[in-house]
Design a protein around this ligand. Structure first.
Ligand SMILES: Cc1cc2nc3c(=O)[nH]c(=O)nc-3n(C[C@H](O)[C@H](O)[C@H](O)COP(=O)(O)OP(=O)(O)OC[C@H]3O[C@@H](n4cnc5c(N)ncnc54)[C@H](O)[C@@H]3O)c2cc1C
Length: 377
């Protein structure tokens, strides 16, 4: 089994690392604390074709797989997790269109999505349908040549800046669950923002609740076959972006802790020479490596279409997000009092890492996935 990225993958990593060092890290704190959308950064990624990273080359994308997605999202999230989030959600919508959409939908959406002229967001979770998506209340009723949608979506990250939401609604009776949900491409202009969440992390790409009533959506905006959206979703493999974001934060936490431990002196020596601090840094490094290996392993399995890719993704999600929280917390401790202030990035790493243990499904629900797989072996 190869433990080394290919030359092309290393080139991609280096391209993104340089971009992050030059374009993301210098402005990350300012954007985060002001809650400012990272417009310039995302435009820079569009100029480099990164906003079409996993979109097929025939639609103007770079045609890359999950390993390259992981490499990219780790690098960007080491600078500012919200950038990784906005890009991953956008590419997730594009993947659904490419995999399950009609040829007409692909031609209409994907070239513009690759250029980031059409930006995608995800409308799946609801107030009473968080971990349990089958409890969804949003309904789509037949309405002439299309559908009439009524309901809400509780958490739509980037809805203010996005152009289109992949929105899930029930189109069939409860008895047919989970095969009673369909997905629709809905313009964000048709949705009203009912509440902006004052979240403690991911502040530069905010999340909002949207509501809609008797919203007409034409038939040709349905992505995939009627009633198959929840089951189709399980086939999408881009979930590896979640642990990749966490690896980025875990690594950034280690990097700044190493620098600070080398500079800060107490008792007449750098604090990094105290064995307690050295061991803490060693454990942080070990977490970065194990989280990255597991995430890349899940991505590679997904790219090969292995049957255990979903289980590996859940393992990576739990392991990497918890590694990110622990590393951010350790980095705060290494920084002492200033670690608790906004003068240093470690408090942001901690806030952003904590979000990742819930976003994309709570870790305990991913533990259930792993437990089910282990029990059925
Ligand atoms: C900032 C932010 C951005 C988000 N962005 C988006 C987005 O863009 N699009 C979108 O669709 N969603 C988004 N979400 C929603 C996110 O995916 C949900 O919050 C998540 O799926 C959990 O749902 P919930 O919050 O309703 O928690 P609940 O489902 O109520 O779970 C609460 C807790 O109950 C426990 N629990 C629940 N079920 C089980 C179980 N079966 N076994 C064991 N424990 C269990 C877990 O400990 C869990 O943490 C976002 C959330 C946040 C906070």
């Amino acid at each position: 089994m190869p433990f080394r990225l290919t030359d092309d993958q290393r080139e991609l990593r280096d391209e993104l690392r340089t971009f992050t060092d030059e374009e993301v890290i210098p402005v990350a704190s300012t954007l985060d604390h002001a809650g400012t959308y990272p417009n310039g950064i995302l435009s820079g990624l569009a100029d480099r074709g990164v906003t079409g990273l996993t979109i097929g080359e025939s639609y103007g994308g770079r045609g890359q797989g999950n390993v390259e997605l992981v490499v990219t999202i780790e690098e960007l999230s080491a600078g500012l997790m919200s950038v990784g989030a906005a890009l991953a959600l956008h590419l997730g919508v594009a993947a659904a269109v490419e995999e399950f959409g009609t040829e007409r939908q692909r031609d209409e959406y994907l070239p513009e999505m690759a250029r980031f002229e059409t930006v995608g967001a995800l409308g799946l979770s609801e107030e009473n349908a968080g971990s349990d998506k089958t409890a969804m209340e949003t309904r789509a009723e037949r309405d002439g040549s299309g559908w009439s949608l009524t309901g809400h979506k509780q958490w739509v990250t980037n809805v203010r800046e996005a152009d289109v939401v992949l929105l899930y609604a029930k189109t069939g009776p409860e008895d047919d669950a989970p095969e009673n949900v369909s997905a629709f491409l809905v313009p964000t202009d048709d949705l009203s923002v009912a509440h902006e969440w004052d979240a403690i992390g991911g502040d530069s790409v905010p999340t909002a609740r949207v509501e809609f009533e008797d919203l007409h959506v034409p038939d040709d905006r349905m992505v995939g076959q009627q009633g198959t959206a929840l089951t189709d979703r399980r086939e999408l493999t881009g979930g590896v972006n979640l642990p990749a974001r966490a690896v980025g934060i875990a690594r950034a936490s280690l990097d700044v802790a190493v620098v600070y431990a080398g500079e800060r002196e107490q008792f007449g020596q750098p604090i990094g020479e105290f064995q307690g601090v050295e061991w803490r840094l060693a454990e942080m490094a070990e977490r970065v490596e194990t989280a990255r290996l597991l995430t890349l392993r899940a991505a590679e399995a997904a790219d090969r279409g292995d049957a255990d890719a979903g289980t590996l993704t859940s393992m990576a999600k739990v392991h990497a997000t918890e590694a990110a929280v622990e590393n951010a917390s350790d980095a705060m401790d290494v920084h002492g009092g200033v670690g608790f202030t906004s003068e240093y990035p470690v408090e942001r790493y901690f806030r952003d890492a904590k979000l990742l243990t819930v976003a994309g499904g709570p870790n305990d629900v991913h533990r259930n996935t792993v437990a089910d797989a282990v029990s059925s072996e």
